[in-house]
Design a binder for this molecule. Structure first.
Ligand SMILES: Cc1ncc(COP(=O)(O)O)c(C=O)c1O
Length: 351
């Protein structure tokens, strides 16, 4: 995260997993729509209702949170105690592992191998479940690969976790990018599911931090109370803006589609043209995670930044040092030029 905050920025940024920031002028905001404080104790009621309708879930299953980051933290805090086992996918978004570590649990891993298209290796999944497992954690779409799990996979994971009395936490921060930016959630597939998500990444709305946790009503209630320890109340102006976004959701969804669809085509043409990268075409999502067939990824990334003013994320941040993560959330011109520059750096490396 520190790398992402301090070293990722570049004129051609292929490191970011989210969309470029959606500007305020994209929304029909009037000053009368904003207010500094409001009656937001356990969720500003207007936003609670709008968000539940947007996600098509009952209001008593929805806890608002400051982005998916806090959502994951709260979900873990609500179900874990020191000494529990937590089973987390590998490769993983680093903060899922370090957040679990913060709760002093035993971290076990199941595999999502590149050779299986980053789907679940069920043998490792079942092998790593124990009677002490309280939570299984995965991302859908997967970060770093954007692989999408089917409903059958998710039901199977929830069922296996449930046999040990464990819950399944599904981080859906990228899920909308699987369906052409249509709101969607797997919550409801199984009773032991906890889902986290936000409008931050897929819609370029990181700044308003509109996030959520979906959980069974009793757990949702517990999480609301737990949030009193962390945030107490949210920034009301951000809640107002979030409600406004939901009111004009078509605009932000169309913007996201307009960026992601052409970029995906450019990316796939690039991947197809590069025998030095082992990859599959990107069908959904904002990132892809190819393997460099020969040479050192760190050297490639250094050269790319130094000589070509372009960044990608080195795979070591996702426990796979021979891979690199390429994001396609910037505008078409920046993405296409960034990929051209990546191609030149790859040529230099093989020369
Ligand atoms: C899997 C995953 N979850 C959560 C987050 C953080 O989301 P937010 O910005 O909504 O806190 C990220 C950001 O990169 C992520 O990759």
């Amino acid at each position: 995260m520190q790398w992402a905050k301090t070293l990722q920025s570049a004129p051609y940024n292929l490191g970011n997993s989210g969309l470029s920031a959606c500007p305020l002028r994209h929304l029909p905001v009037r000053i009368e729509d904003l207010e500094l404080s409001g009656a937001s104790f356990y969720g500003w009621p207007l936003l609670q209702t709008a968000l539940a309708a947007h996600l098509k879930v009952p209001e008593n299953c929805l806890v608002q949170s400051t982005g998916t980051s806090l959502a994951n933290h709260l979900a873990m805090a609500a179900v874990l105690k020191p000494g529990d086992d937590v089973l987390i996918e590998e490769p993983a978004y680093e903060l899922l592992v370090t957040t679990a570590g913060y709760f002093r649990v035993n971290i076990r891993r199941f595999q999502r191998p590149a050779a299986l298209g980053f789907s679940i290796d069920w043998e490792s999944f079942e092998e790593q479940l124990t009677p002490r497992t309280k939570l299984v954690v995965l991302t859908n779409l997967h970060n770093p690969s954007s692989a999408r799990l089917s409903e059958t996979d998710l039901r199977r994971a929830a069922d296996l976790a449930g046999r040990y009395g464990a819950r399944l936490l599904v981080d859906e921060v990228y899920y909308d990018a699987a369906f052409d930016c249509t709101p969607h959630t797997s919550f409801g597939l199984a009773r032991n599911l906890i889902v986290t998500g936000s409008l931050t990444k897929v819609y370029g709305l990181s700044g308003i931090r509109c996030g959520w946790i979906l959980a069974a009503p009793d757990l949702a209630e517990r999480i609301w109370r737990l949030n009193d320890l962390f945030g107490v109340i949210p920034a009301h102006a951000a809640e107002r803006l979030s409600a406004l976004v939901l009111q004009h959701f078509d605009r932000v969804a169309a913007r996201a589609r307009g960026i992601l669809n052409p970029n995906r085509e450019v990316l796939n043409r690039f991947l197809e043209s590069r025998p030095d990268l082992e990859s599959t075409p990107l069908v959904a999502g904002t990132v892809t995670f190819p393997r460099l067939r020969s040479g050192r990824v760190e050297e490639l990334c250094d050269r790319l930044r130094r000589d070509y003013e372009t960044t990608v994320v080195p795979g070591r941040f996702f426990e796979r040092p021979e891979h690199l993560r390429i994001g396609i959330g910037r505008d078409l011109e920046e993405t296409a030029e960034g990929l051209r520059r990546l191609g030149r750096a790859l040529d230099d490396l093989s020369a």
